[in-house]
Design a protein around this ligand. Sequence first.
Ligand code: PLP
Length: 413
Amino acid sequence: MSLNINELKKQFDDYKAKKLSLNIERGQPSGKNFDLSNPMLNSVTDKDLIAQGNIDIRNYPGGIAGLQEARELFAPVLGIKPEEMIVDNNASLRILVNTLMWGLIKGLKNSDKPWILDNKPKIITAVPGYDRHFQLLNELGFEIVTVKMTAEGPDMDAVEKLASTDEKIKGILFVPTYSNPTGDTISDANVKRLASLKAKAKDFTIFADDAYAVHHLTSDKKRPLNLLRACESAGNPDRVYLFGSTSKITFSGAGIGFMGCSADNIKFISKLMGSQAIGPNKIEQLRHVKFLNSFKGGIEGIMEEHAKILRPKFEVVQKVLNKELGGTDLATWTNPKGGYFVSLDTSKPVASRVVELVKELGVSLTPAGATFPFGKDPNNSNIRISPTRPPVEEVEQAINILALCVKIASLEN
Ligand code: PLP
């Protein structure tokens, strides 16, 4: 491996001449992942019009919480009971935003007043984190307070200090399992600390975006302690809302989003959601139920098939980074056991330069800074790698280019 700038620049020019077009920018499934679910498109016919409880899936009645069979199917994804589930339409982000909006304009179940009356209420997020979380909190008018994402989840010393002293802090939004982008999973000890936290705001709420709850890449499928159960044990049963979806189980653009919370919160939020719509799309829900229940091994079975497609891509990322950057002190990176991302930190403040350089060679990377609020990474070091969509060979080429540009940008610096 060479760190001679002239040799590196020659390699750079050679890549440039190839006029490549590679994309490791967004966490999307590949065509092969989607193909696993194609049979779902025909899984409901005119022979399936009546669901459990004599519900006609074409008509309004059926309730805001979704089909009973869908609640039963997806409850284990969040590790909770069917009666603690609301199964909605595509996109868990929409349900998350919806819940935050109700907090703002009305307050949640244990609030004395709408959060908006606090004039810039605050939400804690972990960084590096998911760009869309920052965007949605910002659009809603929350002040975003950041804590560091550690290998054991959000830095709980910082969370406790902030939440116990500031009444404007209404909650925390983070990804508990295989976080975006670091792939870190919260430890059981930190789940307990969050559940029993003595918050200044009595309606302090945990918004746990469990988008990758069942998205294991290895046979080590250990899951963190369940946040809803932990909050219940700590005497704060209404403190947490869990979110998940089938976006990376079936189709990301045509899946099912769901939410889990205490039975009392279900009552509270169902009434509000029931004022927004009569009910979710029951035909789509039944399509998912019939398809996933008939898939060999059910949801776990399809996730294993996804892992077979995704694992080689994550392995090649590690292989190339180890070969090209291992032992150079130029960067560190995560090696997640699940989820959709790898997070790389350059040792020097060169992330934006790296993204610029790889772009010159035809590689699209998530913009530098995207993993921090307002796109501003204070160290200019974090780069999110999304290896899931392109074929393995393209991932390999893109990561080789990324490693080359990390070397060039670091030497330039
Ligand atoms: N939450 C996280 C942490 C994600 O990484 C993503 C997609 O990348 C989403 C939510 C999007 O989920 P959905 O499609 O259910 O809105």
